[in-house]
Design a protein around this ligand. Structure first.
Ligand code: FAD
Length: 291
């Protein structure tokens, strides 16, 4: 069932994000993760895509494999910043052949021109959404940023740009990860004021490794609240306790989001199962996420 259909349902939905593995070892780990998470019966899983434009086959390949080997509803991330319209048409036609009904339409981060020859017909994701609407009957998602996209001058400007994606035909959005629920609630209020009325599913990433996390969050412009940073620092030399702390934090974050109206949760799994599995099992005990 397409994501748009699932979103009409009263119950909460949840989903997992995976990235295409590069090595045999990573591939084995991903399949073990998938096996471990399969029983949780997610509403959909999403497969990321590199913005360089040189390896779309990794994403289509994994999507095809999961379509054949698993019962998952699949959403494919499609970045346009390094593609011509002709290339996008070709990728979309492959996705149709595989039987993909859901696409997350993204611009992608602008790759370093020294490393990649960028030959693009696209400047913003809204242009891709508009094209996808003419290419098939897809359920189309887009990215949203509760703490604003790093290139945007203000949150208001970024929401106006989100609205352009909605006006172009986006059905729903998934947010960038965040650690302070206040930023999501504030964002949702502003979206409502600015007539952005599509479902906006919060994206949650369990904290498992602080060093990686602080580098990554700086890069994508996401704040780590002071109190959270202080708590994490207590567990720097204790991986197990950090993992448990991260799980508890994500459980509390998710429960509050669901209680205050979020339609569901999208988990950034980083191709690992342990934290996501524990978080979801705990959430399910607490709330009516599934019938
Ligand atoms: P856009 O919506 O085009 O926005 C980019 C910037 O331009 C923003 O600052 C926006 O305010 C501004 N803007 C947008 N439209 C206009 C307009 N019409 N006029 C003027 N300014 C405008 N990256 C990957 O490479 N691969 C992935 O698989 C991937 N998956 C993601 C999944 C999620 C859920 C999220 C939240 C992000 C993901 N990203 C991924 C990261 C994303 O590609 C980057 O954040 C990228 O820099 C912006 O992509 P976008 O689709 O949000 O771009």
């Amino acid at each position: 069932m397409k994501i748009t259909e699932r979103l009409k349902d009263k119950r909460k939905i949840f989903s997992f994000e995976f990235y295409p593995p590069k090595t045999e070892k990573d591939t084995a780990r991903l399949y073990s993760t998938i096996e471990d998470l399969q029983d949780l019966n997610p509403d959909f899983v999403s497969i990321t895509n590199s913005s360089t434009g040189i390896v779309p086959h990794r994403t289509t390949g994994l999507s095809k494999a999961l379509k054949e080997k698993t019962p998952f509803e699949i959403m494919v991330h499609l970045t346009c910043v390094s593609h011509t319209r002709k290339e996008i048409r070709e990728i979309v036609s492959q996705l149709k052949e595989i039987g993909i009904d859901n696409i997350l339409a993204l611009r992608g981060d602008i790759p370093d021109e020294k490393e990649f020859k960028i030959n693009s017909d696209y400047t913003y994701a809204c242009e891709l959404v508009e094209d996808l609407r003419t290419m098939g009957d897809f359920s189309i998602g887009v990215a949203a940023y509760p703490e604003k996209h790093p290139e945007a001058a203000s949150l208001k400007e970024d929401i106006l740009n989100l609205k352009k994606k909605v006006d172009a035909g986006a059905d729903f959005a998934i947010t960038q990860l965040f650690f302070d629920n206040k930023s999501y609630f504030n964002f949702m209020d502003k979206c409502a004021q600015m007539n952005v009325n599509i479902p906006i599913i919060p994206g949650i990433m369990p904290i498992t490794n602080y060093k990686q996390l602080s580098k990554f969050t700086q890069m994508i412009g996401v704040a780590i609240p002071k109190e959270l940073a202080e708590n994490i620092e207590k567990y720097l030399d204790d991986k197990e306790s950090l993992m448990q702390f991260g799980i508890d934090y994500a459980v509390n974050q998710s429960l509050q989001l669901l209680e205050y109206g979020a339609k569901g949760i999208h988990f950034y799994t980083l191709n690992r199962s342990k934290a996501t599995k524990q978080i979801l099992k705990t959430i399910m005990k607490h709330s009516e996420i599934k019938n």
